[in-house]
Design a protein around this ligand. Structure first.
Ligand code: 1GP
Length: 252
């Protein structure tokens, strides 16, 4: 089984504190600044580019993925909103199951449909348990997946899911507050889940500042993801600040 991207993520996190991922929604809303966005991402210490979205509003997704891959310095990893967004241009994909939900289609249905196509593409898969936490406000993923998020104050429920993911053999667990969340996954939840499990954590949703990114990285996240803030203000200063915060172990 291929695991090059996964190993790179784990090595980066060991050396730098955590790995920094930028999420790009391959939707037409980003067309006007995709080239600049890629230049800025390449110039900063971004370790990983995640690409995907819950809802893509036109047919240009694959073309944008190809454009991103052509320009990207870091590995480009599919963060699947659905099989229709799958493209041969990805270096790897988070092979995800929404384990916080009880919708069988997103627990196993979509994965079964995707598996033969993924095999044909010979793509690296990173088995990822996706835990949707209620970030205050109905996220697109909540509506599109028809699943109920974990209440933000229920560390016990999040922890039980993360443990189940570990025992099921997932390689990573994604603590997700939802894109554009008002409230990011609390630092305390990240810390308690990280301390009580051995599964590497991806944390994203509603992280908008270097301080917020650093707190969650220091709390034990392996990967910190920012999407909305970079799409809104794709400037190099912000990307550098966020990367430096996530890479808290690096000498400066
Ligand atoms: C969403 O975790 C990601 O899936 C990123 O969220 O857009 O709020 O940064 P934001």
């Amino acid at each position: 089984m291929k695991d090059q991207v996964y190993q790179t993520i784990m090595t980066t996190a060991r050396e730098k504190g955590a790995a920094y991922a930028v999420l790009i929604d391959p939707d037409r809303k980003n067309d006007h600044h995709l080239a600049t966005l890629m230049e800025n991402i390449n110039a900063a210490e971004v370790d990983l580019i995640l690409v995907g979205g819950s809802l893509i509003m036109d047919a240009g997704c694959r073309q944008r993925v190809a454009q991103i891959k052509e320009k990207a310095r870091p590995p480009v990893v599919f963060f699947p909103g659905g099989l229709s967004q799958l493209s041969p241009d990805f270096d790897a994909m988070l092979f995800m199951s929404i384990i916080s939900g009880r919708n069988p289609h997103y627990l196993i249905g979509e994965q079964v449909i995707a598996a033969p196509v993924v095999r044909d593409l010979d793509m690296e898969t990173i088995a990822t348990a996706y835990l949707l936490i209620d970030g205050g406000g109905s996220s697109a993923v909540q509506f599109m997946s028809n699943t109920t998020p974990i209440p933000i104050n229920r560390v016990d429920i999040a922890l039980a899911h993360a443990l189940a993911a570990q025992y099921l053999g997932f390689k990573m667990a994604y603590l997700e507050a939802g894109s554009g969340a008002k409230q990011a996954v609390p630092e305390g939840m990240v810390r308690q889940v990280a301390e009580a499990t051995e599964i590497p954590l991806i944390v994203g949703g509603g992280i908008r500042t270097a301080e917020s990114a650093r707190e969650r990285a220091e709390a034990g996240a392996t990967v910190i993801v920012t999407g909305t803030i970079i799409e809104e203000q794709a400037d190099r200063g912000l990307l550098n600040d966020l990367a430096a915060a996530v890479h808290y172990r690096e000498q400066r």
